[in-house]
Design a protein around this ligand. Structure first.
Ligand SMILES: Cc1cc2nc3c(=O)[nH]c(=O)nc-3n(C[C@H](O)[C@H](O)[C@H](O)COP(=O)(O)OP(=O)(O)OC[C@H]3O[C@@H](n4cnc5c(N)ncnc54)[C@H](O)[C@@H]3O)c2cc1C
Ligand code: SF4
Length: 329
């Protein structure tokens, strides 16, 4: 049991002021934060509930861009007809995540800031060595069971996989985050997530006290022809072993004009697979070309004792997702 103060913000200025106090955590749907408090990873002194802030849950699908309020729930977004048509990979990523109950509570802002499912990270009582929880303490996963861990973007300090689905789709299509704080700003999703390097505890570029207010997604032909494929140990209520968000723009003669590929479940942050995009752009969209390009998804990958299967699985997931998007599957 931990004691903490709870208050509910009624407007943004009040939320920002409260959120900037030391030892304070923001609460939206609570499906991540309360979990982490229960397992002893988080112990805030104060919690500021932003779930009822006005004007932060809208979904606007425009001609040039899509804007989604950070308090929109995963369920609202995955069921939104306009969003489904304009950004299928985004709504599929949300629909394949968690469970219906969690999707009803969980917000998009909270989803982007969920933390790793590394079992050593989430069990402080049993494992003291975790650089993400306690910088400099070591990494129990390196010599432990690392089947679910990352093969891309790892460091000697941490090999934990980023677990979310939504951010993978946003990464593929160049989304930007609107952030309120001392100074309001807009950040590319690509630059928002940090690599672990020697400070795995620093996961994003969000400064203490800042609040994500909205997600903005540029509309494109590749986004309209997009697909999210998630492979996991069981068919629901499970995080990705490997996933791919892909989008395609094909010319009439089936030449690839534009292609977007991002990976989930295999990297320490949502991972844009640029080598695959470069290998396929300008080529004819054939199964052979897709499979050859998809092999590049694991360029630079490094496996550990139990996650070698991801080296073989990842290119297959990418190839399958591309073939689904392009009508070859
Ligand atoms: C059993 C289980 C299975 C799951 N499976 C999946 C899955 O398959 N795929 C997947 O993607 N996710 C999965 N999740 C994660 C789930 O989607 C997240 O817990 C949820 O999206 C978090 O949203 P929330 O609103 O509840 O966040 P909260 O728990 O309220 O907050 C999460 C974090 O974000 C911060 N925060 C929240 N909103 C903001 C904001 N607007 N600005 C700044 N900081 C903010 C909080 O301070 C906290 O640190 C699963 C969760 C559970 C419990
Ligand atoms: S992989 Fe990262 S999160 Fe997991 S134990 Fe090692 S340092 Fe901690």
């Amino acid at each position: 049991m931990i004691d903490f103060d709870y208050s509910r913000a009624t407007h943004e200025a009040n939320a920002l002021m409260e959120a900037s106090q030391a030892g304070t955590r923001i609460l939206a749907g609570g499906t991540t934060l309360l979990d982490l408090m229960k397992c002893g990873v988080e112990a805030p002194r104060r919690v500021i509930d932003i779930a009822r802030l006005p004007d932060m849950a809208g979904i606007e699908v425009g001609v040039a861009s899509i804007r989604i309020g950070a308090l929109a729930t995963m369920a609202q977004c995955s069921e939104h007809a306009g969003l489904r048509a304009a950004a299928p990979a985004v709504t599929q990523a949300l629909a394949l995540a968690a469970s219906p109950q969690i999707r009803n509570m969980a917000t998009l802002g909270g989803n982007l800031l969920q933390r790793t499912r590394c079992s050593y990270f989430r069990d402080p009582q049993a494992y003291s060595a975790c650089n993400k929880r306690k910088p400099g303490s070591g990494c129990a996963a390196l010599a432990g069971v690392n089947r679910d861990h990352a093969i891309l973007g790892t460091s000697a300090s941490c090999i934990a996989a980023y677990p979310g689905d939504l951010a993978v789709a946003l990464m593929a299509f160049g989304a930007r985050l609107h952030i309120a704080g001392k100074v309001a700003r807009v950040a590319d999703v690509d630059g928002f997530y940090r690599l672990p390097r020697n400070r795995p505890d620093l996961e994003t570029e969000l400064a203490p006290g800042e609040i994500i207010t909205a997600i903005e997604l540029p509309v494109s032909a590749a986004l309209r022809r997009s697909h999210y494929l998630k492979v996991r140990d069981r068919a629901s209520f499970q995080f990705a072993a490997a996933s791919a968000a892909v989008g395609l723009e094909l010319a009439n003669d089936q030449t690839v004009r534009a292609v977007r590929v991002a990976l989930g479940g295999v990297a320490t942050r949502p991972w844009r697979a640029m080598p695959v995009e470069e290998a396929l752009t300008g080529k004819l969209f054939t199964e052979a070309n897709v499979r050859a390009a998809a092999e590049r998804a694991v360029d630079g990958a490094r496996a550990h004792a139990h996650n070698r299967y991801k080296l073989a699985l990842t290119p297959r997931v990418v190839a399958r997702a591309l073939m689904e998007a392009g009508g070859l599957a």
